[in-house]
Design a protein around this ligand. Structure first.
Ligand SMILES: [Zn+2]
Length: 94
């Protein structure tokens, strides 16, 4: 049997879900403009692609994936859920 603990404070969460909240977050890149002209299609892209590949080779797969899509799931008790809902974009000090 899976036991859940609150990701905020460590409190045991009841198996019946009576004090259990789930927060799911998805972060993904918005699609850019998808319009292109005939010139865009006919132009030579080989240099651009070569640079892109060289750039990708220097970075870790995790870093690249993080830029495209990340999802998170948090299990929270009622108190931590209240605190989360009050400030979901609390991103800490800048
Ligand atoms: Zn909690």
């Amino acid at each position: 049997m899976i036991r859940y603990r609150c990701d905020g404070c460590g409190l045991d969460l009841e198996r019946d879900g009576s004090n259990h909240y789930i927060v799911r977050i998805e972060a993904f890149a918005a699609a850019g403009k998808l319009e292109f002209t005939r010139q865009d299609v006919e132009r030579d892209h080989s240099e651009e692609i070569r640079k892109l590949i060289a750039d990708i080779e220097k970075r870790s797969p995790d870093e690249i994936e993080d830029q495209v899509y990340r999802s998170f799931r948090y299990d929270l008790c009622p108190a931590c859920h209240r605190r989360y809902i009050a400030a979901p974009l609390n991103m800490g000090e800048k």
